[in-house]
Design a protein around this ligand. Structure first.
Ligand SMILES: Cc1cc2nc3c(=O)[nH]c(=O)nc-3n(C[C@H](O)[C@H](O)[C@H](O)COP(=O)(O)OP(=O)(O)OC[C@H]3O[C@@H](n4cnc5c(N)ncnc54)[C@H](O)[C@@H]3O)c2cc1C
Length: 397
């Protein structure tokens, strides 16, 4: 059993993407000279969203802050090896810049995509609008007759190895002095509006300067330990990998159909997923595959736009969960008002891998300087939850 000190400056509750990114950015910051403990019960990370994700990154959000968060993710991935090296070694991030392609099958949807593109361009994203003829020219495998047009992102969007991103951050944080302990947080003692003791399943407890809630889908349970309400619930998302009898030549961007089914190439196969028709809260342990989704929802949607996908075979599938923010599908970051040293990094609703580096950096700034220094994330703070004021993000996948 790992020996623990009686007190740490920062304790991260959950050690996957958000816990490791927070630990990484704190321990990389020369202005932070405190101690960091990361509590994580599952060292295989098998059930974490981080391990069950589809590993893509895009700048095509509609909220400027979401665009900037992901843009930092792209920059971080570009120099990944320098950031996370330990003894000259770092995991291979395998970024493939294919772009994201949002399809429109009506003029109305095309106009919506076009309107959104103006905000994206002014936030620095690289996007262009395509008409059916342009789509046919760039992506000849697509049935352009089904389209009114599309919006295509640039080479800064694409896919990467999410496991490598997380492991690189984790390994480097440990190298920098963060302590990871195999245990589970079961309770938080709160006195005078501060978390004072963090109680662990093993029976031990530690005092903390700040507690950071990085527990993914279980964020609501952890917040409740301190008497704070978080509107986050687990929502089932199944990933399917299929192959196609006639493989597609050339680039296949991550493509989003008008019904929200998305697909991209993954080596010789194609990875796909959808928002379920009945998107409701599920049990925390429910990682079941929703097999019907593939036949009833996904296959018709992808075959409509890519005729070659009429003949496909399922290769594998796995279940996962979004840590779904029911107020507005956006992250909740920063302190809760009632418990000032309980900091949230929660509610990513499907964007957390790409936003992980920027959020870890933001929390490290908040803890080290008492303010955000790079991207001001206060609009994504807990205050909007209390005021019941959603932040609008239209491009939710
Ligand atoms: C199917 C799917 C596809 C996705 N695709 C993408 C994508 O393409 N791009 C993208 O950016 N994002 C994607 N995401 C979202 C992304 O995976 C998550 O937002 C991100 O991994 C969240 O990381 P996290 O560390 O907050 O949570 P998690 O990875 O879920 O980790 C939470 C950790 O907290 C631990 N924990 C829980 N309770 C406690 C406790 N009481 N004490 C201590 N530890 C605890 C858990 O064991 C777990 O390891 C996808 C998610 C899914 C499910």
């Amino acid at each position: 059993m790992t020996d623990l000190d009686s007190s740490y400056d920062v304790v991260c509750i959950g050690g996957a993407m958000m816990g490791s990114s927070t630990a990484y950015f704190l321990t990389e910051n020369p202005d932070f000279d405190g101690s960091v403990l990361v509590v994580e019960p599952d060292w295989t990370y098998d059930r974490a969203a981080t391990t069950r994700a589809q590993n893509s990154i895009r700048e095509q959000f509609t909220n400027e802050l979401n665009i900037r968060l992901s843009s930092f993710g792209v920059d971080f991935i570009a120099d990944f090896h320098e950031h996370v090296q330990v003894d000259g070694d770092s995991p291979e991030i395998n970024f493939r810049g294919t772009g994201y392609l949002f399809l429109a099958d009506t003029e109305e949807l095309y106009e919506t995509l076009e309107r959104e593109s103006e905000a994206q361009l002014s936030a620095g994203a690289d996007v262009e609008m395509l008409r059916p003829g342009d789509v046919a020219q760039r992506f000849p495998y697509m049935d352009a007759d089904q389209l009114a047009g599309a919006r295509l992102g640039g080479m800064r969007e694409g896919s990467f190895d999410g496991w490598a991103l997380f492991q690189g951050l984790r390994r480097r944080a440990i190298h920098n002095g963060a302590t990871y302990v195999k245990d589970r947080v079961v309770d938080l003692d709160v006195e005078a509006g501060r978390v004072t003791q963090i109680r662990l399943e093993s029976g031990r407890s530690v005092a903390c300067g700040h507690a950071v809630n990085t527990s993914g889908c279980r964020a609501k349970q952890v917040a409740a330990m301190a008497g704070v309400e978080l509107p986050i619930e687990p929502r089932a998302r199944t990933s399917f990998v299929f192959d196609c009898r006639t493989p597609i030549e050339g680039i296949v961007p991550l493509t989003i159909t008008p019904v929200g089914v998305h697909f991209r190439r993954e080596q010789n196969h194609y990875m796909t997923g959808a928002v379920p028709e009945h998107d409701v809260a599920v049990d925390y342990d429910d990682l079941d595959v929703r097999h019907d989704e593939f036949e009833d929802l996904i296959w018709p949607a992808v075959a409509r736009f890519v005729p070659q996908f009429d003949q496909i075979g399922l290769v594998t599938s796995w279940g996962g969960q979004y840590d779904y923010n029911t107020l507005d599908h956006n992250l909740i970051v920063g302190p809760s008002s009632a418990v000032e040293n309980l900091v949230f990094a929660n509610g990513f609703s499907g964007h957390g891998l790409q936003q992980g580096p920027a959020v870890g950096r933001a929390i490290s700034e908040l803890i080290t300087y008492g303010e955000y220094r790079t991207i001001d994330l206060s609009p994504f703070g807990y205050g909007r939850i209390e005021r019941n004021e959603p932040i609008v993000e239209h491009a939710v996948i």
